[in-house]
Design a protein around this ligand. Structure first.
Ligand SMILES: Cc1cc2nc3c(=O)[nH]c(=O)nc-3n(C[C@H](O)[C@H](O)[C@H](O)COP(=O)(O)OP(=O)(O)OC[C@H]3O[C@@H](n4cnc5c(N)ncnc54)[C@H](O)[C@@H]3O)c2cc1C
Length: 460
């Protein structure tokens, strides 16, 4: 092994290979304070260095675990002490902004927030947005096909990536840095690396698609007497806004109460009197007419009984305060460790599904805590569940409460976070044997030695 480390040091500069304490002083996740265990962390600066590292590791049959911003929520970056971690943190350059073609070419280690701010500086917008924006990297977003707050209008990461460059397990560089919206010349190879969690290649560069920045945003916080009322409002508001609806973030009362009580210091835009809440946002031209039109649409919804109560943000301060409520997910851990879930199902099944999950939890753990929210316009629900026991056995029982009721409604065990190791045993609930077999054949074709992120998505 010391030969491998010496050879890796020979490929990179003197800051390129970390070992010993320089590894263990780093944490495996932005939330979970568990030290990284690994043979070493390699930190290449260029695609050529990534290629050289992978070619060497393949020769040694050495497992390589890609690390981005370490914000993933399915244990996809987990390591063993024998693994080589490949961190993209030093590949963090924005290489080109094309304001005419509305594209940006970046290295994989650029944090999402930097991309958003760079686009804004050119009067443009990169629509992908999620709470981990300050830490997650575009390479991690691509590898997880991250969703986030604006999927209802702009789609997932996959829909906002035009091209990419990846390095295969044997060191082959596949440069597919397409900048065009249309390109049907054969297979669109970028999809091999989008949402495949570092199991088929290391993403090194990405071409992202930018949009015109909106001149304004209209934001409101609404309350509903029932989930059924909320779904009627969703159809109404999407129709009335004529395609401008760009966020529709639902919160159940349990979550709204959690994040608006001490120690969280979020003020309530509407009272805590209702079962369901939504934070919604629309793109506007920033004119007084647009602001008035948004208020009129919300006012009519109230008159027509499509919502129970609502507050419209009157300033950027109001808007940020509303988003802080949605983003206060760190409160999940107020009562101790929590199991986190990210499931997908048809909106028409959601109300009964959430009720059933809570009934199952209540029957098994009368004292449990369950907080519920989601990107409801996209059919995506998140739960954070604390049952006062974070053992593996308890986790498996809670999994059963959440995942079993998905099967009859054709839901998915992963809406946007991926599979990692955490959901590996449940993949077959959402994918057929033929689909899983084809995934394995693709993996075998691209990484026959199985060195790339082994054990993630399915058992090695
Ligand atoms: C507060 C908070 C809010 C979040 N909100 C959302 C949300 O709304 N929507 C959502 O989808 N997710 C959300 N997440 C989850 C997470 O932020 C996303 O999955 C994100 O895309 C992960 O990016 P990362 O750079 O942190 O990747 P990491 O966690 O470092 O890695 C994730 C996976 O990708 C692989 N990987 C990383 N970089 C590369 C690369 N360059 N090449 C190949 N493989 C690579 C890793 O091996 C791992 O399997 C949230 C997380 C937090 C903590």
């Amino acid at each position: 092994m010391s030969d491998l480390i010496a050879d890796l040091r020979g490929l990179l500069d003197d800051k390129g290979v970390l070992t010993g304490e320089a590894v263990s002083e780093r944490m495996i996740h932005v939330w979970y304070q568990r030290p990284i265990e690994a043979l070493c962390i390699v930190r290449p600066r260029t695609t050529e260095e990534v290629a050289a590292v992978l070619a060497l590791c393949q020769q040694h049959g050495q497992a390589v675990i890609p690390h981005g911003g370490l914000t993933g929520l399915v244990q996809g970056c987990n390591t063993t002490p024998a693994d080589v971690v490949l961190s993209l943190e030093r590949m963090n350059a924005v290489e080109e902004v094309d304001p005419v073609g509305r594209t940006m070419t970046v290295q994989a280690g650029v944090p999402l927030q930097v991309l958003q701010e760079t686009a804004e500086a050119h009067g443009l917008m990169f629509p992908l947005d999620l709470g981990a924006r300050g830490s997650c990297q575009i390479g991690g977003n691509v590898s997880t096909n991250a969703g986030g707050n604006r999927v209802i209008r702009f789609g997932m990461t996959r829909d906002n990536v035009l091209g990419l460059e990846a390095v295969l397990a044997d060191g082959t560089v596949v440069s597919s840095l397409n900048t065009m919206i249309k390109n049907n010349a054969g297979y669109d190879l970028k999809h091999l690396f989008i949402g495949t969690e570092g199991t088929l290649g290391i993403v090194t560069r990405v071409v992202i698609r930018l949009r015109e920045a909106p001149r304004g945003l209209s934001t409101a916080f609404a309350a509903f007497d029932s989930f059924e009322q909320l779904t009627r409002f969703l159809r109404y508001i999407d129709r009335e806004l004529g395609g401008a609806l760009c966020a529709f973030e639902a919160m159940w009362r349990d979550y709204y109460e959690l994040v608006t009580t001490a120690p969280a210091d979020n003020a309530r835009p509407v009272p805590l009197d209702y079962p369901n809440y939504v934070l919604l946002e629309a793109l506007t031209r920033g004119s007084a007419e647009d602001v008035a039109m948004f208020e009129d649409i919300m006012g009519r919804a109230l008159e027509e009984g499509l919502l129970a109560d609502a507050a419209v943000a009157q300033s950027e301060t109001d808007r940020r305060a509303m988003w802080r409520i949605r983003d206060s997910v760190d409160q999940f851990f107020r009562f101790g460790p929590a199991f986190l879930y990210d499931v997908s199902l048809g909106i028409r099944f959601m109300d009964s599904y959430v009720t059933e999950v809570k009934q199952r939890l209540g029957a098994a753990w009368p004292e449990h805590h369950c907080f519920t929210l989601g990107h409801i316009g996209d059919g995506n629900i998140h739960f954070a569940i604390n049952v006062g026991d974070d053992s593996a056995a308890a986790h498996a029982r809670v999994n059963a409460c959440v995942y079993e009721p998905l099967a009859p409604v054709g839901g998915s065990v992963s809406a946007e976070h991926g599979i990692g190791t955490e959901k590996r045993d449940y993949l077959a609930l959402s994918r057929s044997p033929a689909e899983i077999e084809l995934m394995r054949r693709v993996k075998q074709a691209l990484d026959p030695s199985g060195i790339l992120n082994p054990g993630k998505i399915f058992s090695a």
